[in-house]
Design a protein around this ligand. Structure first.
Ligand SMILES: Nc1ncnc2c1ncn2[C@@H]1O[C@H](COP(=O)(O)OP(=O)(O)OP(=O)(O)O)[C@@H](O)[C@H]1O
Ligand SMILES: [Mg+2]
Length: 257
């Protein structure tokens, strides 16, 4: 068996008195595609945000490539240096529901920004790389356009190109299609499917259950402050064993035809 590229052990996160999750253990092997499902508020975004430390976990270990992220400080809590976080976020790329593009930069500048400022790649090389990634998502012709001139689907594909340009080992997608007009969902899912077919490692929060069934190697269902049910798409989505998973899926299938 290959070593996990990402390991979570005993991960915990609360906001004030509200515990979002505790004791989250998860192993992600290279090439795994993990779909994270769960009701609104179950902690899906928080889990992804903890993995690249956009939220600081309260307790637990995160290991990327076998190495722990952060070091235990004198107060017993894990501390993260800026340098380490910067390195982590290059290895673990994130794509957000609301795209998070810089409105004052062209599409190409959005993609080259991290290459130049974080990776220190010279402009000409960064431009070349940006065009390569924009071609991959079918948007090379929009390189000089500003995000405000793009459709939601195009914006999300730029955000994916921007993440890919950093050569991440793991991609995190937080509901990448849920801010989109239904007609634009397909173009973004196609790009993600293409990345899946390339064998990329990814964690995807989605409400597109059909897509999760077809592309994921593993389904994680969050409820009751942790991983409530986990298994293959066939096991969890076709034959869920636990009541909250069953209820969630029944609700999703209510208007199925
Ligand atoms: N920065 C924050 N401060 C306080 N509470 C927060 C914060 N972020 C999330 N929460 C709370 O933590 C819980 C989990 O939120 P999270 O956004 O992870 O849920 P989610 O599963 O992604 O939901 P959705 O499907 O609606 O996106 C929610 O109750 C939310 O209100
Ligand atoms: Mg969310």
């Amino acid at each position: 068996m290959t070593d996990p590229i990402l390991q979570l052990r005993g991960l915990e996160k609360s906001f004030g008195d509200m515990q979002v999750f505790k004791n989250v253990d998860l192993d992600v092997a290279p090439g795994d595609r993990i779909a994270i499902l769960g009701a609104s508020g179950s902690g899906k975004s928080t889990l992804l945000r903890c993995i690249n430390v956009l939220e600081t976990p309260d307790a637990g270990d995160i290991r990327v490539g076998g190495k722990p992220v952060g070091a235990v400080g004198s107060n017993g809590r894990v501390r993260y240096s800026e340098r380490e976080l910067c390195a982590l976020r290059q290895r673990v790329g994130m794509v957000f529901q609301q795209f998070n593009l810089f409105p004052h930069m062209t599409v190409k500048q959005n993609v080259t920004e991290g290459l130049r400022t974080v990776k220190g790649i010279a402009s000409a090389k960064a431009d070349e790389r940006a065009l390569k990634e924009l071609s991959r998502v079918g948007l090379a012709d929009k390189a000089e356009t500003y995000p405000s001139r793009l459709s939601g689907g195009q914006k999300q594909r730029v955000a994916i190109a921007r993440a890919l340009a950093m050569d991440p080992e793991i991609l995190l997608f937080d509901e990448p299609t849920s801010a989109l007009d239904p007609a634009l969902v397909g173009e973004v899912l196609s790009v993600i499917e293409q990345l899946a077919n390339e064998g990329r490692t990814m964690l995807l929060v989605t409400h597109e259950i059909g897509f999760a069934y077809h592309m994921a190697t593993k389904i994680v269902f969050l409820a009751e402050g942790g991983i409530y049910e986990m298994g293959t798409p066939d096991a969890v989505l076709k034959n869920p064993q636990k009541p909250l998973t069953q209820a969630f899926l029944a609700e999703h299938q209510r208007f199925h035809f």
